[in-house]
Design a protein around this ligand. Structure first.
Ligand code: HEC
Length: 133
């Protein structure tokens, strides 16, 4: 009798360990793709933003700003580097790109949002890209 109950205890132990393992596997499988999707979405914005920023027909930021990987940049504006430390708040960076005149009424930077030079979505993408520099 005592032996049987001991056996029962060890069987329940094995089963609970197995269940715990299954739960762990299910969680990591279900969390995996979601987490990946999110980082994919972020890097997609950064990639698209780079295209908008470099394109002469869109942002053309290189006309005035030096940016990593950009050829023959202009130098009438500050280089776009270490942006996170200069703009800890990404909203302020977006606001600068949307309308530079707010920070500097004499700014020669085109007000990309106010003049609808690029779309709101493109501004989001450019902001994500610039913030990654
Ligand atoms: C015609 C020139 C010109 C173009 C094109 C231009 N900028 Fe600017 N930008 C400036 C100037 C000049 C400044 C310096 C601040 C001021 O005068 O407003 C500036 C400032 C900035 C700043 C603030 C930098 C800091 O350290 O304070 C950011 C960010 C910025 N520009 C992003 C962009 C992005 C992104 C684009 C492209 C979508 C772009 N700029 C296109 C001229 C330009």
């Amino acid at each position: 009798m005592r032996k049987k109950s001991l056996q029962l205890v060890s069987v329940t132990r094995v089963i609970s360990v197995l269940l715990a393992c299954m739960l762990l596997v299910t969680f990591s499988v279900s969390a995996g793709p979601a987490a990946k999707d999110q980082s994919k979405a972020v890097s997609k914005d950064v990639q698209d933003g780079k295209k908008v920023a470099f394109s002469r027909k869109k942002g053309n930021c290189l006309a005035c700003h030096m940016m990593a990987g950009g050829e023959a940049p202009g130098n009438i504006a500050p280089p776009l580097i270490v942006m996170k430390s200069r703009f800890p708040d990404i909203k302020k960076l977006r606001a600068q790109i949307w309308d530079a005149v707010v920070r500097n009424p004499e700014s020669s930077m085109p007000p990309f949002g106010r003049h609808r030079i690029i779309s709101e979505k493109e501004i989001d993408q450019v902001t994500a890209y610039i913030w990654s520099l």
